[in-house]
Design a protein around this ligand. Structure first.
Ligand code: OFO
Length: 165
């Protein structure tokens, strides 16, 4: 069993991860609508991964014999101003998630909850990857600018992504 503050913070993080899934699903729908199916595919898979992030915490809370609390999920926006705008927001969002994870690690340290501290190390590594991926695509989009041909090439590349849990 964990301390109440730790349980609450982990339940909030589950909600953050489900919100990430919602946000990326909304971005996926946006890309479908504007005809960028590769970008849409990338986002749909990203949303699946976010659900996995949520479920990993969900299962961890249960494994400690504590209560899962599912808070309501915030509604994501549906409007963006093209791929560059979307990926700027992806990077911003992932930075926010990194901060959430770091705060959780700080709390686990403060409460001397070694098991949770260990559990969270996976998320620390994952966030390095998440920011790196978002940054890589954002950089490409900044280079591409308005060149439609290059956007379609990138769309093709992002269409190759497969879900690998
Ligand atoms: Fe995108 O890493 Fe979870 O939220």
């Amino acid at each position: 069993m964990m301390e109440e503050r730790m349980i609450e913070a982990l339940n909030k993080q589950t909600n953050e991860e489900f919100y990430s899934a919602y946000l990326y699903l909304s971005m996926s729908a946006y890309f479908e609508k504007i005809g960028l199916k590769g970008f849409a595919n990338w986002m749909r898979i990203q949303a699946q991964e976010e659900r996995d992030h949520a479920m990993k915490i969900f299962d961890y809370i249960l494994s400690r014999g504590d209560n899962v609390k599912l808070f309501s999920i915030k509604e994501p926006t549906e409007k963006w101003d093209g791929p560059l705008d979307v990926f700027k927001q992806v990077l911003e969002h992932e930075k926010h998630i990194t901060k959430c994870i770091n705060d959780l690690v700080d709390l686990a340290e403060e409460l001397k909850d070694r098991a949770t501290y260990n559990f969270l190390q996976w998320y620390i590594d994952e966030q390095v990857e998440e920011e790196e991926n978002a940054n890589e695509i954002l950089n490409k989009l900044e280079w591409i600018g308005d060149r439609k041909e290059a956007i379609f090439m990138l769309d093709n590349e992002l269409g190759q992504r497969v879900y690998s849990p």
